[in-house]
Design a binder for this molecule. Structure first.
Ligand SMILES: [Cu+2]
Length: 443
């Protein structure tokens, strides 16, 4: 084999070619003398030198990372109707229906590698929400646990912080120009964000597949203005972008055939893309308004399922929007699907204050924000909108939904489904404060 082996560029096809070469080499070695050429065996002293870290090289940070994610595969629940033979997947365990690739946040498990590696095949959809303060240093460690259902795939994974103005390619998570994280290895990404706003992250390795399979999550940068006003929160460095509660909603789709193909060792034809389910934060309506998950069970490292819904264990993020009359509510909307979506807030206008992590202001500071009840959002785009909750005397429901009615059904079945959630407006002062993004408050 004369061809130089470039580990960064081994895709599956090359891997198969290489495998054929290795089989050939193994067959050849069976008929050749067994004595190894001397050059293959380094003297013991040299071997130990080679293993030492070289002086002057940058070594991995020793301090605990701010966040530790693992990349692996897993299973989620999408309700009926069936889309035979692809949904539900006949290989899915227990109550679950659909094979995914994804991330998990294992920060709370510290360096308990037993519990961390036990999270293989326990990915979640969508990936965990995280945020960084503007101008703060932030480290994110990614460990690749491998794919339990597809041990034949030697895929690396990465975290690509989409839209983030990254100075150093190695932290960009775009493996064609830098590196991916191979199985059972890790890489710690470093960020120092200068621009507040709503972003997203995704794996960039074989991205058509890995993004659609579920390696997508929300990330946002909190403006430095927050630090000047204790207890107040802003979307951007502008007082007009103040809000009382915030909700992140990530849109994507599930094409059941492609998820089934990955679990059944088949290759889907991506140009046939024809999704069956339209999701908000990894769930379809009415599951979108079910509670958030209960966090991480520190005894096992597993996710705690939302109350009363064990099948949503790996879809822990609720999309229900709650607020009191008079409050300002920020919706951080992200599209990491493959279709443009048009989302409507019924009966209420919202002010779009930012797009793609840029405040809607001209270079000379003119206000370019606008009021609307419908926003269009393309793949890879984000949008920040703030609405003011109107006066109500009892809890009042509004809908936030896709305007395309064919995307408001589950698998073409009857009844409402898909990309829809509810806004629950309470009389002033009835809801307690929100503790973190998308968290439910006590009534
Ligand atoms: Cu990946």
């Amino acid at each position: 084999m004369k061809e130089k082996l470039d580990t960064r560029r081994i895709d599956r096809r090359r891997f198969l070619k290489l495998g054929a070469g290795l089989v050939g080499a193994a067959a050849a070695s069976a008929i050749l003398p067994t004595r190894q050429p001397k050059a293959f065996l380094l003297p013991e002293k040299v071997q130990s030198e080679v293993r030492k870290p070289m002086e002057g090289f940058i070594t991995a940070p020793q301090a605990a990372p701010d966040k530790h994610f693992v990349a692996t595969d897993g299973w989620i629940y999408i309700p009926p109707p069936a889309v035979p033979p692809y949904h539900p997947d006949n290989m899915a365990p227990g109550l679950l229906t659909t094979y995914i690739f994804g991330f998990r946040d294992v920060t709370e498990l510290g360096d308990d590698t037993g519990k961390i590696f036990a999270q293989k095949m326990k990915a979640q959809l969508v990936s965990p929400i995280f945020w960084i303060d503007q101008e703060a240093d932030f480290t994110l460690k990614l460990t690749n646990l491998g794919l339990q259902v597809r041990p034949d795939l030697i895929d690396a994974h990465t975290v690509h912080f989409h839209g983030f103005r990254n100075a150093i390619p190695i932290f960009d998570g775009e493996p064609h120009s830098s590196v991916g994280v191979p199985i059972v290895r890790d890489l710690t990404y470093f960020y120092r964000p200068h621009h507040p706003g709503t972003y997203m992250y995704h794996c960039h390795f074989e991205e058509t597949e890995h993004v659609h399979m579920g390696m997508v999550g929300p990330v946002f940068v909190r403006p430095i203005l927050n630090q000047s006003y204790t207890g107040r929160q802003f979307a951007y460095n502008d007082l007009s972008t103040e809000y009382d509660r915030e909700y992140v909603i990530l849109l994507n789709e599930i094409w059941a055939e492609s998820h089934w193909s990955d679990s059944h060792v088949q290759l889907p034809e991506w140009s046939d893309y024809r999704p069956d389910f339209w999701l908000m934060n990894g769930r379809v309506y009415p599951d979108t308004i079910e509670p958030n998950g209960g966090g991480t069970d520190l005894a096992t490292g597993d996710l705690i399922a939302p109350s009363g819904r064990p099948e949503l264990q790996y879809q822990p993020i609720s999309s229900l929007i709650q607020c009191n009359s008079g409050e300002r509510v920020l919706i951080r909307l992200i599209n990491l699907g493959y279709e443009e979506q048009s989302m409507k807030l019924t009966g209420l206008k919202m002010r779009v204050v930012g797009r793609d992590a840029m405040p809607l202001q001209s270079p000379t500071g003119e206000d370019l924000s606008f009021l609307t009840d419908v926003v269009s959002i393309g793949p890879g785009e984000s949008m920040d909108a703030i609405f003011v909750a109107p006066e109500v005397s009892s809890m009042t429901r509004l809908l936030f939904h896709n305007r395309d009615y064919s995307r408001l059904s589950n698998g073409g079945g009857s009844g409402y489904g898909g990309q829809m959630t509810e806004v629950h407006i309470y009389p002033a002062g009835e809801l307690g404060p929100q503790t973190e993004p998308n968290a439910w408050a006590t009534v």
